[in-house]
Design a protein around this ligand. Structure first.
Ligand code: NA7
Length: 551
């Protein structure tokens, strides 16, 4: 028996040790919903949240211009029509502050806050083979003994903050977008350097360009972008959505990416070239991700279809840049670089136009790398120092596994989850990992919720499944639930087979990880579609949780 288990046993005699049926890590979208669901089935459950407020990504990501790019009517909880109708979003794609307020409203309505401990970071979770329970410890010295442990710690919650040589030499302020100061940051009339042009960098650039004295953007990979159509919403518009509540709820659970739109325009091969363009134009004018996720799925696996669709998007982008050759080279992905939709596609609102301004300059890191940070700014490999008062890191996150790898999670036989995942990214349905009984994940690897999904849809589906599974186990007097090795292997094989046929696997991005001594590549997110994933999960549940051992 290892040391950790001896510690647990001595603590179990201790009356100060809190005892729970279930502990939820995190109070973002998934954590709030999971807490609600587990309380509904009568568990003694508590959520522990590192932040001083709830919301997860919507608590931490308060950078200028942060907003949701899922339409409000699909980025919802499906708990009840009343709850859906009680909050009227002001826009199709609301800002961070509004989304944070909405989540607080939901928490108030469901009376969730009393069961959340804030400012509390989980640092370890050790499974006891004998008691079949987890001992969880926190940074502020608490110990909690829980039967079930549900990680709702997010797949993009650990920022890549320490990335460049010489960060401590810089005399100004360095701020990562995912750790933006609570009290804001005055950028007006400042020289700002920004690194990264993912969905986040794009939102920051388009928002601050007109406020700052000088904006220097360091860009490594150009992005395909779609202009966002952000309609204003009011009670009349929302009432119509309320009328469609039941339809929306069902629809979101069945589509490929958990949105209300879906593929279904017919096969690419059956359309004449002008019909294809008409369909793409139609989706383009929606100002959403429909061009990507509701036109031709062939673009994800057929290189020639992808080339045509990418050409369509490139042309749109070049026009917005007045066909300026230098800007096009910097900002529009080249024909041989990568295809549209094989990385996360951001929606933008003036991102490209920001580069037409005199105070905005782009540095192309493909030909001129960042050498190091120096006291006055950023030095590139051509020897130039780009001066800055503030450096914004829009460099993204340790995607998928970051949050759980930061916690010392040890399963059966004290096996470390971090070490396991360093060797190979394993999980079944993104919900459980063999060797870690009674640990459930939401937004875990190898599920659509790891990336390829409208997050509220996938997180609710997983949290529902987890709650039902726990209820089933308890009703049948089982103390432990653990995916079998054979089902996990089967799931990974199915996952890899689907991924291998796609162009996403041929593109470098945080969607794909490389692990182990062979740097084997694996797609982070299940790519079989949200509807198909749900169907498989439901089938497993209907068959008495086939593939999951209960004892
Ligand atoms: P992303 O999408 O991971 O984007 C990070 C950006 O930062 C991307 O342009 C990266 O270039 C760039 N990056 C990262 N590290 C470096 C270094 N070392 N040097 C230069 N550039 C770098 O994160 P976001 O926060 O924008 O978005 C995350 C998700 O949040 C998003 O998809 C939404 O779902 C919400 P690269 O592309 O790797 O060449």
């Amino acid at each position: 028996m290892n040391v950790a288990f001896n510690v647990k046993e001595s603590l179990s005699e201790d009356s100060s040790l809190e005892k729970l049926d279930a502990l939820v890590i995190g109070a973002g979208i998934a954590g709030l919903y999971q807490l609600y669901k587990l309380r509904e089935i009568g568990l003694k459950v508590r959520a522990y949240e590192k932040g001083k407020g709830l919301g997860g990504v919507w608590f931490w990501n308060r950078y200028p211009g942060a907003r949701c790019d899922s339409p409000s009517e699909s980025y919802r909880f499906w708990i009840s029509k009343e709850l859906f109708s009680a909050w009227i979003p002001t826009e199709r794609y609301p800002r961070q502050a509004e989304t944070e307020r909405w989540l607080n409203f939901i928490a108030e309505e469901l009376d969730l806050k009393k069961d959340i401990t804030f400012n509390c970071e989980i640092v370890s979770a050790h499974y006891n083979d004998e008691t079949k329970r987890w001992l969880v410890t926190t940074a502020d010295g608490r110990s909690i003994d829980t039967q079930f442990l549900i990680a709702c710690s997010g797949m993009l919650s650990v920022p890549k903050e320490q990335t460049f040589v010489g960060q401590s030499d810089f005399c100004g302020q360095i701020v990562h977008t995912g750790r933006w100061p609570q009290d804001g940051l005055d950028l007006s009339n400042k020289k700002v350097a920004l690194i990264g042009a993912g969905a986040t960098g794009i939102q920051v650039i388009q928002t601050i360009a007109s406020d700052v004295e000088q904006l220097t953007v360091f860009l490594r990979s150009p992005q395909y972008v779609i202009p966002m159509r952000n309609d204003k919403y009011d009670s009349i518009i929302w009432e119509k959505h309320v009328d469609s509540f039941e339809y929306f709820k069902k629809r979101a659970s069945e589509t490929f990416a958990g949105f209300l739109f879906d593929f279904g325009v017919g096969a690419w091969a059956d359309k004449a070239p002008e019909e294809r363009v008409e369909i793409l134009e139609d989706a383009w004018s929606d100002g959403s991700l429909a061009v990507w996720l509701a036109t031709f799925p062939e673009m994800i696996f057929d290189p020639s279809v992808n080339q045509t669709v990418s050409g369509f998007v490139r042309k749109k982008m070049r026009e917005r840049l007045n066909n300026d050759p230098d800007l096009c080279k910097l900002l529009v992905p080249g024909e041989t670089e990568y295809g549209f939709g094989t990385r996360r596609v951001p929606l933008d609102n003036g991102y490209l136009e920001a580069f037409l301004r005199d105070n905005v300059e782009g540095v192309d890191l493909r030909s001129n790398q960042i050498e190091r940070l120096v006291p006055s700014g950023i030095m590139t490999s051509d020897g130039k120092v780009h001066e800055a008062d503030i450096i914004i890191l829009a460099t993204g996150f340790d995607a998928g596994v970051g949050a759980l790898s930061k916690i010392d999670v040890r399963g059966r036989g004290a096996q470390s989850l971090k070490e396991l995942w360093e060797e190979e990214l394993r999980a079944a349905l993104g919900i459980q990992v063999y060797g870690f009984p009674n640990l459930f994940l939401t937004s875990g690897p190898l599920a659509p919720s790891a990336a390829l999904c409208n997050m509220t849809t996938c997180l609710q589906q997983q949290a529902d499944w987890i709650a039902d599974c726990i209820k089933f186990a308890r009703n049948n007097e089982f103390n432990s639930v653990e995916v079998t090795k054979s089902f996990e292997d089967e799931w990974i094989q199915h996952h890899d087979e689907l991924a291998a046929g796609t162009l996403v696997m041929q593109t470098e991005s945080w969607y794909v990880t490389a692990r182990g001594k062979d740097s084997a590549r694996r797609l982070l997110s299940y790519i079989g579609g949200v509807g198909e994933f749900r169907r498989r999960c439901d089938e497993i549940a209907a068959n008495g949780y086939l593939g999951f051992a209960m004892s």
